[in-house]
Design a protein around this ligand. Structure first.
Ligand code: NAP
Length: 265
């Protein structure tokens, strides 16, 4: 259970060799059949969203805006806990609706707000912490007409229960496929290489700061997510474009995906 669920203690993370726990068990609990998710563009208009904003400047000026997290499972809660610990506001959703997240919110305080998928998707930074095979229905539930102005953070890995067999990506990086589901969004692949217990633990370890990898085709979006990660305490390492960096951090198969690294001071 992520530490923040128990009231935001900040345990020390252990560093060391060995594959991530998520390499097998616990990657997802989704047993749905199906392969690459589809996108159903929704009809909901983005009420209240600023028109004509400079997409390159959705940066610290909107820092006060909550971070939207779709998926409140192991990864969603781990990330929410670290964001909350860093002073961020979080809007979080799952498949069962906000009422099912009330107990979680009661434990974490008012900085975490249970919401619908659509509300979580209405933030400038939207994390898709859901099983790979659910992505299509999640995007449909988000009901977003225009993903522009959003940074979509993709921590998904293209596999899941019951067999944990990797999806056939046709030679593409998984996040390139996810980017196709949210046209116009600036997609940043991040947080997919660490198991939830490590992700949810204090990134400031005795040996140094926990390293997280990110990649994406929009340098300023990468930097925006990197700054957020640095505020949390992670040593954010930008690997460049999805075709290159995304492949390095791809799980399974990427050479960086099984590493739990800390950056020495
Ligand atoms: N676990 C790991 O070791 C690990 C590590 C790194 C990356 N990842 C990746 O991170 C992603 C999430 O993994 P996880 O372990 O957090 O999975 P999880 O514990 O099974 O949680 C999945 C979450 O997604 C939500 N969800 C499913 N379908 C949805 C829908 N249609 N609309 C809204 N929410 C929906 C679920 O809602 P309910 O709670 O209502 O069911 C649940 O909160 C996966 O893509 C996985 O590959 C996992």
């Amino acid at each position: 259970m992520p530490d923040f669920v128990k009231g935001l203690p900040r345990p020390r993370a252990r560093s060391g060799p060995g594959p991530p726990a998520g390499a097998r068990a616990g990657h997802t609990t989704d047993a749905a059949a199906g392969e690459v998710p589809r996108c159903w563009p929704g009809a909901r208009r983005e009420a209240g969203r600023g028109q004509g904003a400079d997409r390159g400047d959705i940066e610290e000026s909107r820092h006060a805006m909550p971070i939207g997290i779709i998926g409140a499972g192991a990864v969603g809660q781990a990330l929410a806990g670290r964001f909350l610990a860093a002073g961020e506001q979080v809007v979080i959703s799952n498949s069962r609706g906000p009422a099912s997240l009330r107990a979680l919110a009661a434990r974490t305080g008012s900085a975490l707000r249970p919401a619908t998928v659509g509300e979580a998707a209405d933030q400038e930074i939207v994390v898709l912490a859901v099983p790979w095979r659910r992505l299509g229905e999640v995007v449909a539930a988000a009901d977003v007409t225009d993903w522009q102005e959003r940074i979509v953070v993709d921590p998904t890995n293209p596999l899941g229960p019951p067999d944990f067999r990797a999806a056939d990506l046709g030679g593409r990086v998984s996040s390139e496929i996810v980017a196709g589901l949210v046209p116009g969004a600036r997609l940043v692949k991040a947080f997919n290489t660490l198991p939830p217990d490590v992700l949810g633990a204090d990134p400031l370890t005795p040996a140094g700061r926990r390293v997280i990898f990110l990649s994406g085709d929009h340098a300023r979006a990468n930097e925006r997510v990197a700054r957020l990660a640095r505020r949390v305490g992670w040593a954010a390492t930008d690997l460049g474009r999805l075709a290159d960096g995304g492949r390095l951090q791809e799980f399974p198969g990427g050479p960086l995906a099984a590493l739990k690294l800390v950056m020495e001071p």
